[in-house]
Design a binder for this molecule. Structure first.
Ligand code: SF4
Length: 210
């Protein structure tokens, strides 16, 4: 698979984790949660095809400008597992130190039942898993939409081949842009150090004692 169907690429995004992410929006989602914020991306023919090398070039531009993370959102990224595996294999070769965050409407338990999905999980650092559930929606969760969703530390969880899941804590911390505007909750400090956040222009809320 040498192409992915995408909606857009955004550089310097603060919406998918406490980092300056280059974020790729994949087109197509077979899960179709009621209340989804992106129903226009459900159609697998939405967006446009993009070659893996062209995508890598666009992502590299974001990293060169200072982004220090890559996020893959949707749509449902695992609906395009082969192309995404090719992209992340090339990305990790080029930028082994830059963490990758995957979002999926599937639970990790469901994903792990398929070998191809497991291969893709092995190429990432964080998984935000689970469908958006209207009845569990909560507005102040930061980087997830409903309480059932989990922020899974894939690096630590891989040590047990995912039999023991380690979660990042999403709660309590707030990040601000240099102009003082709110960038989003930024609690994953077990993985992302405060000085790294400062490097990309984020400042932790001093009221939280960080
Ligand atoms: S998995 Fe995500 S993109 Fe798909 S329907 Fe649910 S919330 Fe929307």
């Amino acid at each position: 698979m040498d192409t992915l169907r995408i909606s857009q690429i955004q550089h310097s995004s603060f919406a998918e984790g406490p980092r300056c992410n280059t974020t790729v929006w994949l087109a197509g989602c077979s899960i179709r949660c009621p209340g989804c914020f992106n129903p226009e991306l459900w159609n697998p023919d939405a967006g446009h095809p993009e070659g893996i090398q062209a995508l890598l070039n666009s992502i590299s531009e974001g990293i060169a400008k200072g982004d220090n993370g890559l996020a893959l959102v949707g749509g449902e990224p695992f609906d395009q597992v082969a192309g995404l595996t090719a992209l992340l294999t090339a990305f990790n070769d080029a930028f082994p130190e830059v963490p990758v965050t995957l979002y999926s409407g599937y639970s990790i338990e469901t994903l792990l039942a398929v070998d191809e999905n497991r291969t893709l999980l092995d190429l990432a650092d964080v998984l935000v898993d689970g469908p958006f559930l209207l009845e569990r929606e909560q507005e102040d969760l930061g980087y997830r939409g409903s309480r059932n969703q989990r922020v899974i530390d894939l690096v630590r969880s891989r040590a047990s081949r995912y039999t023991e899941l380690h979660l990042h804590n999403w709660d309590n911390l707030i990040a601000f842009l240099p102009d003082g505007s709110l960038a989003g909750a930024a609690p994953m400090l077990s993985m992302f150090a405060v000085d790294e956040a400062a490097e990309c222009g984020l400042h932790m809320n001093p009221k939280e004692g960080v």
